[in-house]
Design a protein around this ligand. Structure first.
Ligand SMILES: [Zn+2]
Ligand SMILES: [Zn+2]
Length: 298
């Protein structure tokens, strides 16, 4: 029987006493285990961040549980559905930050008015006036899709954002519109920009996932990379039919090949493509290489 998984992503910046973190971790782990909700949840002194999946009832009670645990109902959720399990297990981790900019000293306030709703964002981008539109995600994410006309900083990891800003020489007199998957990275990326003298900076509230909920055929082009087994979702938030994970480097890949050893279809990325060959995994690749060696010897 096939199951439909309800998936939800969230984050909340809220001060958490460091001494409370281990209790939050164990309570959350027990709750998720008891309710068959799988996924990844992070807690840090600055708040919580995560994506989880389960039955629709399970995810609904997860939200109630999270409200109770963090002592606030002001948590925004981005929901989608998947016909494949998005997670294999439960991970509840404690970190320095809930998003890895390596700046635990920055404290975003998600209620400030530079958060644009999908409708405000759509209107601002549809207007032709000069602006900087910047994607704050990593290279392996922007590969799968971006807003039309956006600048791709081409970073490997979010902690490179500050260095990117120092080197990019972006004009400071234009309004800046920035976005990421669900909004959390922009919360910190925006403060970094403001501290460098960019005065007018906006971020897309709830990120690409929030935008696609309202504008599936809007200004976003391609698919949206997600941090679970789905790899990416299409503009209607359905699991991708195009992208997979490259067996060479673990990143987003779309070139399909059939493994000459086991017959499985797999995807290889453009960087690994020339050298990777016809094996779907490191194992299959090894076996195929050995076979090739033997046949040239005989
Ligand atoms: Zn690769
Ligand atoms: Zn194989």
């Amino acid at each position: 029987m096939s199951q439909v998984w309800t998936v939800t992503s969230f984050y909340r910046f809220v001060n958490v006493e460091a001494s409370r973190l281990p209790t939050l971790q164990s309570t959350m782990k027990e709750w998720m285990t008891a309710h068959d909700v799988l996924g990844l949840v992070l807690f840090a002194p600055e708040g919580a961040n995560g994506t989880v999946a389960g039955s629709s009832d399970g995810v609904a009670s997860f939200k109630e549980f999270l409200f109770e645990l963090l002592g606030t109902t002001e948590i925004r959720f981005k929901d989608s559905e998947s016909d494949r399990p998005p997670f294999r297990r439960i991970s509840v981790d404690l970190r320095e930050e809930i998003v890895g900019l390596k700046r635990p000293d920055i404290h975003p306030d998600s209620t400030e008015n530079f958060h644009l709703s999908p409708a405000e964002w759509h209107a601002a981008l549809s207007d032709e006036s000069p602006k900087l539109l910047i994607d704050t995600r990593n290279r392996y994410e922007t590969r799968a899709g971006m807003f039309k006309g956006a600048i791709d900083p081409d970073i490997n990891i979010f902690s490179e954002w500050g260095t990117y800003l120092d080197q990019a020489d972006l004009p400071k007199d234009l309004p800046v519109y920035m976005y990421c998957t669900g909004g959390i990275r922009c919360e910190k990326a925006l403060i970094e920009m403001k501290s460098r003298g960019f005065d007018e900076v906006y971020q897309l509230r709830d990120g690409i996932l929030g935008y696609l909920e309202e504008y599936p055929d809007g200004l976003y082009e391609g698919e949206c990379y997600v941090f679970d087994q789905r790899v990416a979702v299409d503009s209607h938030l359905r699991p991708t039919q195009i992208y997979g994970t490259c067996p060479g480097c673990g990143l987003t890949a779309k070139e399909q090949r059939v493994c000459e050893r086991c017959g499985k279809t797999f995807t290889v990325c453009e960087d690994c493509s020339p050298a990777w060959g016809p094996g779907c995994s490191k194992d299959c690749r090894y076996v195929l290489k050995q076979r090739a060696k033997k046949s040239t010897l005989s």
